[in-house]
Design a binder for this molecule. Structure first.
Ligand code: HEM
Ligand code: MG
Length: 333
């Protein structure tokens, strides 16, 4: 039976996380890495299993321990990913591509593709990864990283801050609209595309460097460590307080793009709010459960149904404070 999600840790201040108990080791041949610089780094330091396959409970614990990610944000992100990309029977999720290490798959149309699977959680217009349409949606992309550095120079005096995040986020979306006929940016992706631009400002900044009220910014050395090398900067201290996507309102507000997609040709971006988005969170929640999860698991029975219901409950636990009514697509146990 999948265990309940871990609560917040007892100590939530800054601390050395690049410590002796968590030495960096580069991923080996059989170790999986993917599109998330946060999870990649945690695996390379042993906060997550180094092979890149973990339970949701391990992921929540690791993002709190290693980055001081705030508990409800950790649960939201983890269970959203697990519901669409993980194996609900074995309770395992790959932080990269599909793997036999997550165990036997439930019946199709379930995918269990790991977090690199395009279109479930992973999506277009990432800052340092290319769009799936161009063939690789998960590897570090030097050209895109150079663009991040260029924007940090132009808008942040050499650092990545909320202004840089706002402008780079917008530019990446415009690039995808202009070059990717399949660009998709609605539902969950309309939320994560903005939230992930805020993460570096809050979570990739050394926790000793944040005076109260001081604007936070990521150095380019830190950026290279996390995004490219999947490694803590030497002697890194995690965030000074539980954090996640603080400032996302600033990033979205700077260039508020509605949820939508290109309709098979470039520059055909059309609004599509059928799965909600950042402006309609409860619609997102409702459609994520009723359309996205049900689309993958139309008729679960037995252990599969029980575990889906548990994971849907755990996910709803991170949504409840938004006041959205809970959805029970498979009935209540
Ligand atoms: C991107 C999953 C936690 C930082 C992503 C992506 C996935 C993902 C699937 C790819 C989305 C895309 O760009 O297409 C998760 C899950 C987490 C988690 C399941 C569990 C809580 C974290 C943490 C951090 C982080 C703790 C920072 C410390 C980022 C950043 C990106 C990203 C900055 C954007 C990368 C880019 O645009 O190039 N994450 N993540 N994530 N994640 Fe995570
Ligand atoms: Mg992506």
């Amino acid at each position: 039976v999948p265990p309940s999600p871990p609560g917040p840790p007892s100590f939530t201040g800054p601390k050395l996380v690049d410590d002796r108990a968590h030495p960096f080791r580069a991923a080996g041949r059989n170790d999986i890495r993917g599109p998330c610089p946060g999870l990649n780094t945690l695996a390379s330091h042993g906060y997550l299993p180094r092979d890149g396959v973990a339970t949701p409970a391990q992921i929540v614990t690791a993002v709190q321990e290693g980055f001081n990610m705030e508990n409800s944000a950790a649960r939201f992100t983890t269970y959203a990913a697990h519901l669409v990309d993980g194996n609900p029977i074995t309770d395992l999720l790959s932080i990269g591509g599909k793997t036999r290490k997550t165990g036997p798959d439930p019946p199709a149309p379930a995918i269990v593709g790991g977090i690199s699977n395009h279109g479930t959680f992973e999506g277009d217009a990432s800052m340092t990864r290319g769009d799936d349409f161009f063939g690789d949606n998960h590897s570090f992309n030097q050209t895109l990283f150079d663009q991040m550095k260029d924007f940090s120079n132009r808008f942040g005096g050499g650092f990545y801050n909320l202004t840089v995040a706002s402008e780079l986020r917008h530019e990446r979306i415009q690039q995808s609209i202009a070059t990717n006929p399949n660009l998709s940016l609605f539902g969950l992706r309309h939320i994560t595309v903005f939230a992930e631009a805020a993460f570096p400002v809050n979570l990739f900044v050394d926790g000793r460097r944040t005076a109260p009220g001081e604007a936070q910014h990521m150095s380019m050395d830190a950026a290279e460590a996390f995004f490219k090398n999947m490694k803590f900067p030497r002697g890194f201290f995690r965030a000074s307080k539980p954090s996640s996507s603080e400032g996302v309102d600033v990033i979205f507000g700077a260039h508020p793009i509605l949820p939508g997609r290109n309709t098979g040709s470039v520059n055909s971006f059309t609004t599509d709010d059928s799965l909600g988005g950042i402006l309609d969170f409860c619609k997102f929640y409702t459609e994520f459960v009723n359309t996205t999860v049900r689309g993958l698991y139309p008729n679960p029975t037995g252990t599969l149904r029980r575990n889906l219901n548990l994971n849907l409950d755990f996910f709803y636990g991170s949504v409840a404070s938004s006041g959205c009514p809970q959805i029970f697509p498979y009935g209540r146990d």
